[in-house]
Design a protein around this ligand. Structure first.
Ligand code: PEP
Ligand code: MG
Length: 537
């Protein structure tokens, strides 16, 4: 047995096989020097690519609809394009190895397509690149990383949101990452999925690869590779205890979240996609306090269309019914990057073009999103809020576009409902200006993850700064009290959707300050309701 420690981000015990996630590594195979051999290699790689793309096509058709699947179908057709195949063959005959011939010919074709006037043909250049990259990867033996059939614990250096979005979430028992912090996105995902996880773990990938069983104790922050019998028995007992405690919380299902002195608190869930809304209902959430829209933009290679977004928001609205849903507009930038937007690399991405700043400077991104939200408003109880606001003019500009979009839809005969517009308070400037912002907003929702980062000037992703990232810092708590007072003084409600909203040590204090909504990982709702109901504030 080998063991080590990490920073626990969700309690519980997980036991199972380990899978190490490693980013793709490519090694160019040694060329045979024989064109006939290289041609045969190319042909068999095309067949493997065909099998892979067919499987992806079927999955996409079933899960994301015909439109998205059509992109994959185009690549399937391109595999047999005679011009492409001839180009590769000629390159091989002039001495190139199959892998490079496939890649370079793909690049030449991609550039020809990119220079075309027709928008549709232009857009196909990315498909050619993808298709030829796939053949290249197959020839280089890069099969990505393979997953076992059942459930597993995922060990990684760190995981970007664009990577986690591609994982089979229902089969992951725990995350164990060597990097990351308690408010990094892997940690947030672990809480959303209610799985015991460790960040900053001192695990070595060879230990993880060679063990039969990996276990994570999310109560103590310990991992065990091939635990001995005694340890395994101890872990299983803890697992049963945790299951019993979870069961006991069932007494709070369906109960009102109200303190002993009569303060009503709305306990809502944070979600990233429509499927999470189903989990929110199962967890007895009273609403959605934060839908992180950017997850609809990650894990794909082009912007989602207005219809894609509309379908996702409509689904959430219908699942949640009467319950309020707060949709946050796109919060890309900093740790959540999407390559297809082609944004410039920045020296200080956390202080760069992110959140509402991207939307205000790129109306072609913002407008379809707002149209989708207003179209979906007819199906439920939707609210919208903007991330990373620092000035009143930003809120006013975003509100003006909302009004314009709603007007346009009405003229087009598309039904919409009133959508209350709120502000995420994530910057010290927004917190200080809370009284001014409150006059323009229907509600506040505090993003404590970023508000902590920007108030204390401590990077939330930097594992080395853990002790300085102090969510109990008096400066932060003073800002929180000011935000709640400003909201109440101006007759609007204030909630918290950052990770602190579920903090057992602070929930009572927040209610006392005047926050009336706490939004959190769905798995935290019932325990929070117990705390609210047992509170005297
Ligand atoms: C926050 O900053 O607290 C928040 C909820 O937003 P995110 O974690 O997605 O940046
Ligand atoms: Mg934030």
């Amino acid at each position: 047995m080998r063991k080590g420690i990490g920073l626990p981000v969700f309690p519980g015990v997980a036991i199972g096989p380990a899978v190490v996630y490693s980013k793709a590594q490519r090694t160019l195979p040694v060329p045979s020097g024989d064109p006939a051999v290289e041609k045969a290699k190319f042909e068999s790689a095309v067949e493997v690519a065909r099998e892979q793309l067919t499987a992806i096509f079927e999955k996409a058709k079933a899960e994301v609809g015909e439109e998205h699947a059509a992109i994959v179908e185009v690549q399937l057709l391109m595999l047999d394009d005679p011009d492409y195949v001839d180009g590769v063959t000629m390159s091989i005959e002039s001495g190139a190895a199959a892998a490079l011939a496939a890649l370079e010919t793909g690049e030449e074709f991609a550039q020809i397509f990119a220079a075309m006037d027709d928008e549709y043909m232009k857009a196909r250049s990315a498909d050619i690149r993808d298709m030829s990259q796939r053949i290249y990867d197959i020839l280089c033996g890069n099969t990505g990383f393979s997953l076992p059939d059942g459930s597993f614990l995922l060990v990684a250096e760190d995981l970007a949101p664009s990577e986690t979005i591609q994982l089979p979430r229902d089969r992951i028992l725990a995350f164990v990452t060597r990097q990351g912090s308690s408010s990094s996105h892997t940690a947030i995902l672990a809480r959303t999925l209610s799985i015991p996880s460790l960040v900053q773990a001192d695990i070595n990938f060879d230990d993880a690869r060679s063990c039969q069983i990996l276990a994570v104790d999310g109560f103590t922050g310990t991992w065990y590779a091939d635990p001995d019998e005694e340890t395994l028995a101890m872990l299983k007992a803890k697992q049963e205890e945790a299951a019993a405690a979870k069961n006991a919380l069932e007494a709070y299902r369906g109960k009102e979240s109200i303190t002993r002195s009569g303060k009503k608190v709305l306990l809502a869930a944070n979600i990233g996609c429509p499927e999470d809304a189903e989990d929110a209902i199962k967890a007895d959430a009273e609403g959605v306090g934060l839908m992180r829209s950017e997850f609809l933009y990650l894990g794909r290679d082009s912007l989602p269309s207005e219809d894609d977004l509309f379908e996702a928001y409509k689904k959430v609205a219908l699942i949640m019914g009467e319950r309020p849903v707060v949709i946050r507009t796109l919060d890309i930038g900093a740790d959540k990057q999407v390559a297809y937007l082609g944004l410039e690399k920045e020296e200080n991405p956390a202080l760069g073009l992110r959140g509402l700043r991207i939307c205000l400077t790129n109306e072609e991104i913002f407008r379809p999103q707002l149209r989708a939200i207003y179209r979906a408003s007819a199906y439920g109880n939707l609210n919208v809020m903007f991330p990373m606001v620092a000035s009143v003019w930003e809120l006013k500009a975003a509100k003006a576009l909302c009004a314009k979009v709603r007007n346009e839809l009405t003229k087009e005969g598309i039904p919409t409902k009133e959508v209350p517009i709120g502000v995420m308070i994530e910057t010290p400037a927004a917190a200080i200006l809370a009284n001014d912002l409150a006059k323009e907003a229907a509600f506040f929702s505090v993003g404590t993850n970023d508000l902590t980062q920007y108030t204390l000037a401590v990077d939330r992703q930097n594992a080395k700064l853990g002790e300085f990232y102090d969510p109990y810092h008096p400066a932060l708590l003073a800002l929180m009290a000011h935000i709640a007072k400003a909201a109440n003084d101006n007759g609007i409600w204030a909630g918290i959707c950052g990770e602190l909203g579920a903090d057992p040590k602070l929930q009572e204090k927040f209610i006392e300050m005047g926050f009336s909504e706490l939004s959190m990982a769905a798995g935290r709702i019932l325990e929070s309701r117990k705390r609210v109901c047992e509170s005297d504030v």
